[in-house]
Design a protein around this ligand. Structure first.
Ligand SMILES: CC(C)(COP(=O)(O)OP(=O)(O)OC[C@H]1O[C@@H](n2cnc3c(N)ncnc32)[C@H](O)[C@@H]1OP(=O)(O)O)[C@@H](O)C(=O)NCCC(=O)NCCSC(=O)CC(=O)O
Length: 482
């Protein structure tokens, strides 16, 4: 995936206009920050709780192999494809799946499977969040739930209100279909509510349900989703109450959303759909990395001037000028790379897949340590959709990397196609290990490979065609649930 942060200098009418806009922008930002501080409109993240399902929901190699063999629509060529994808996916042995898939019931999902998956997540994370913040459910003023692919009625937000007996005047929003970057959309919504209400508390409950969206067919772009998406979720407590400021972990500095839905390619690259047999699933097109790249560049055009220090803006402007001057020379580089490390110390990249992390990391000029939290999240928890970014943040915290005044840049991608970003400032030194607690010392592991090749390398052997029925028969003797 080629993601070049190439902000074409000809898109600025004139160099002077660019500088003037920058100074105006700085002045307006300063005045707005001052106004925000005076009017309690800062957005603080008090705490968050990521979900670690119980170990009986793990999806190790053997179980994944059984689930794959359980699908009688798949042929040898499909196995070969899956083997290649899974081996290179960056996903490890400890990710979690929904119970109905583990029980071998993926072809007949029921409403209660979706409820069970979501209930387990929100009960665990909200119980934990209320306990560790000592905030009571009746103190919650705003609730935003984002779960893309499971939108029952009454909504999941109503289910949360019912379980925790939230107040009658709670402002409630239930976002569905918003994809993997939806938790930043939820955050944006909270930020807007904070503008009109002082000293309030908001909950964002962010997850994805895959129990009803497992794909049982043989369309490769839809099989890919089964390989990448895993169960997870995160609940966050936010406030604009300055009294809670000292207890908060992070304060939001800015948030930028970009939507390329008007571009047909971008819109169509990431879709919930039915295949030629009418089987439902999630299509991840080969053009997705290209759409992500486009959305990322658009987002950076807005975000970069908001977060880059003056020195870096000058440096970038100068290099852009040089680029304009040297345009005629084919030997000159055509790219002006922005130094994002001058704007943030930590980078939460959406662990959407190996190509996503590689692509953004490389083109932002990030090093191995910068992208380690995203790789480790992909390895340990998989792509948990909208909640992924919070596992990445959790990794940084568990590694004790987040120090007071550090800045964290979050970059999320999602169907639509969207790229949403935000920058947080760390309020105090952070070191909660949360879901990473039991094995943070083992990360990064010495070897990241998964044992798929070792166990399923036979699909590439000469006699593979004959082996398929034998392996399937063995699977019938030892079905998925055993
Ligand atoms: C899947 C991969 C790990 C595979 O990596 P590899 O190193 O094996 O390299 P590769 O790209 O050459 O792919 C190997 C083989 O798979 C095929 N292949 C790759 N991508 C495919 C796709 N989307 N549909 C169908 N086939 C695909 C290639 O053509 C190739 O086939 P052949 O061998 O025949 O040539 C990587 O490509 C990847 O990370 N892709 C991006 C995944 C993605 O879309 N993530 C975003 C999730 S959406 C999200 O997070 C947001 C949201 O949902 O809202």
């Amino acid at each position: 995936m080629n993601m070049i942060v190439d902000i074409d200098p000809s898109s600025f009418p004139a160099w002077m206009l660019f500088l003037t806009s920058f100074f105006l922008y700085t002045l307006i930002s300063f005045l707005r920050n001052y106004y925000d501080r005076r009017t309690n409109q800062q957005c603080y993240l008090v705490d968050y709780s990521c979900f670690k399902p119980t170990s009986d929901r793990k999806l190790p190699t053997d179980l994944c192999g059984k689930i794959i063999l359980n699908n009688t629509k798949l042929e040898l060529s499909d196995y070969k494809f899956l083997l290649k994808i899974i081996v290179n996916s960056g996903i490890g042995e400890d990710t979690y799946g929904p119970r109905n898939i583990i029980a071998g019931e993926e072809e007949a999902p029921r409403l209660h499977h979706g409820h069970q998956e979501v209930d387990e997540f929100f009960q665990a994370t909200l119980d934990d969040l209320f306990a560790k913040t000592s905030v009571l459910p009746e103190e919650i003023d705003v609730l935003v739930v984002n779960i893309s692919m499971f939108a029952p009625s009454p909504s999941i937000s109503a289910r949360i209100i019912n379980r925790y007996k939230l107040r009658e005047d709670v402002k409630v929003y239930n976002l569905s279909g918003m994809g993997c970057s939806a938790s930043l959309i939820a955050l944006d919504l909270v930020k807007y509510v904070f503008r009109s209400h002082k000293n309030i508390k908001a909950l964002v409950v962010s997850s994805e349900s895959i129990s009803l969206s497992w794909y049982s067919g043989n369309d490769k772009s839809m099989m890919l989703a089964n390989c990448l998406f895993r169960s997870g979720g995160c609940s966050m407590l936010l406030t604009n109450d300055p009294v809670l400021k000292t207890r908060a972990k992070l304060v939001l500095k800015c948030l930028v959303r970009v939507h390329l839905g008007s571009d047909d390619d971008a819109y169509n690259c990431c879709l919930q759909m039915e295949d030629h047999e009418g089987l439902q699933g999630f299509h991840l097109g080969k053009s997705l990395p290209r759409a992500a790249s486009k959305a990322f560049v658009q987002n950076m055009k807005i975000l970069a001037p908001k977060i880059l220090p003056l020195k870096e803006i000058f440096r970038f402007g100068l290099r852009s000028l040089m680029k304009l001057k040297n345009k005629s020379s084919p030997k000159q580089s055509t790219t002006s790379v922005v130094d994002f490390k001058s704007a943030a110390e930590h980078f939460c990249l959406h662990p959407g897949g190996a190509a996503v992390i590689n692509g953004i990391g490389k083109n932002m000029g990030l090093n191995e340590k910068d992208v380690e939290p995203s790789w480790m999240t992909l390895h340990r928890f998989g792509n948990t959709s909208a909640s992924s970014l919070w596992y990445v943040l959790g990794y940084m915290e568990a590694k004790k990397r987040l120090k007071k005044k550090d800045r964290v840049l979050m970059i999320g991608f999602g169907s639509g196609f969207k790229c949403n970003t935000c920058v947080w400032e760390v309020v105090r030194d952070l070191e909660d290990a949360d879901v990473w607690e039991e094995n943070i010392h083992n990360y990064p592991p010495q070897r990241l490979e998964n044992p798929f090749v070792e166990k399923y390398g036979w699909v590439n052997e000469d006699d593979a065609e004959e082996q398929v029925p034998i392996r399937r028969a063995q699977m019938i003797d030892h079905p998925v649930k055993s």
